[in-house]
Design a protein around this ligand. Structure first.
Ligand SMILES: [Zn+2]
Length: 150
């Protein structure tokens, strides 16, 4: 069954397999969210004592890595077993790359914008995830409409 534990295991294996040198930053939590037609995943950062609210950038600067948790939320549609695991992996890798780049994480930020100049796809390609990217693109093009219509 695709529950949040399954999702955490997928993230762990992507982390180990493709981002093994990333050991700093802050805690990460991953979970399925509501089903959406357009958004496959997202990442936010929360203060542990106020998990229900987003942390403002100004406040974030005053907090330590131990006080926050990054939360990756995956489109609930991806719980559907008809969707290949590679699709879930691709979304997790994308959101994790934002974490690596310091967007909604306590890692150092090297870019001004989260998707500046294709930095996410470049990061994923450099790390050997090109096949997943290609597969994801084609599969979504061919199948996504049917998934969201059901
Ligand atoms: Zn993104």
């Amino acid at each position: 069954m695709r529950d949040n534990t399954w999702l955490a295991n997928r993230l762990h294996s992507i982390w180990q397999g493709y981002f093994a040198e990333i050991t700093d930053g802050n805690e990460i939590e991953v979970r399925f969210g509501r089903s959406s037609k357009t958004r496959l995943g997202s990442i936010t950062i929360r203060e542990k004592v106020k998990m229900s609210r987003r942390v403002e950038q100004r406040r974030l600067k005053t907090l330590s890595a131990e006080e926050v948790v990054s939360i990756i939320t995956i489109n609930g549609h991806l719980q559907n077993p008809e969707i290949p695991e590679e699709i879930v992996d691709g979304v997790l890798a994308h959101e994790f790359a934002h974490f690596v780049h310091g967007f909604n994480s306590m890692r150092e930020r090297h870019h001004r914008f989260p998707h500046y100049g294709g930095i996410i796809n470049n990061e994923l390609k450099q790390r050997g995830l090109n096949n997943i990217l290609k597969f994801q693109k084609k599969w979504l093009k061919d199948n996504w409409k049917n998934i969201v219509q059901n």
